[in-house]
Design a protein around this ligand. Sequence first.
Ligand SMILES: NC(=O)c1ccc[n+]([C@@H]2O[C@H](COP(=O)([O-])OP(=O)(O)OC[C@H]3O[C@@H](n4cnc5c(N)ncnc54)[C@H](OP(=O)(O)O)[C@@H]3O)[C@@H](O)[C@H]2O)c1
Length: 253
Amino acid sequence: MKIGIIGAGQIGGTLIRQYSRAGHLVKMANSSGIEKLRSLALETGASGSTLTDVAIDVDVVVIAIPLIGILELPKQLFKKASASITIIDTCNYYPIRDGRIEDIENGMPESVWVSNQLQRPVIKAYNSILAGSLICSSLSKGDPLRLALPISGDNKQAKDLVSTLIDDSGFDSFDYGTLQDSWRQQPGSPVYCTDLTLTQLKKSIAKARKDLLPERRELGLTFIMKHDPALWMDWWKDFAEYNRVIYESDLSI
Ligand SMILES: NC(=O)c1ccc[n+]([C@@H]2O[C@H](COP(=O)([O-])OP(=O)(O)OC[C@H]3O[C@@H](n4cnc5c(N)ncnc54)[C@H](OP(=O)(O)O)[C@@H]3O)[C@@H](O)[C@H]2O)c1
């Protein structure tokens, strides 16, 4: 597949490595220019691109930037893109980083907001796994301990394609439902960064409570605030464990 990735940080950089390894043709763009992508290009074979070109002649675009950055993306981003392009939204809303977004505060699912800004359908995926887990916890298909990621969106064919990419990353996936349902995989949900197998994920996602998401998201954030962001590879496992407790994930199987 031909894939464009916007954002080459913890999540985008990991996907660039995994997709390139899986044999996909990857191009990548960031906010500060191609020069900063040179070493990642040398490491992976992915090519640096401008934001104007990253969505042209690709089957999939992955958006892996701070949510508020969506508003800074070029207005013409998808103008020359194929009508059938699949757009994956990995973003999460953290008011401390993104500022207050009224629509989301009033209950609009984060990916619906993203889709509205882009004026394109999106599939929500990869938002609920820590970059550390994405790097370290991949397992072969069929392994009983393989972790699973939820997917939400309105197009079955696009979700199937995303499911294939998630499999390439070494994870199972679970199609929960429409983009309106996608709040169930947002920060504060029992499936958010809690590292669950498919069986556990299916049980936990049904228990998500929309009214508790913001409060639980902020509780999760208190853990992050106490740790050095530059040393995230040292503490991501403890964060997943902490989330399992406060988000009440179902681990009974
Ligand atoms: N980190 C995680 O474990 C994790 C897990 C799941 C989901 N997420 C979500 O995924 C998204 C990315 O998180 P991250 O941790 O990967 O971030 P990150 O490490 O800070 O990387 C952000 C990347 O986005 C680029 N970027 C920022 N603003 C941009 C803009 N306006 N246009 C184009 N590129 C832009 C940055 O480019 P420059 O370097 O050039 O500025 C950088 O490459 C966030 O919404 C986050 O909540 C993160």
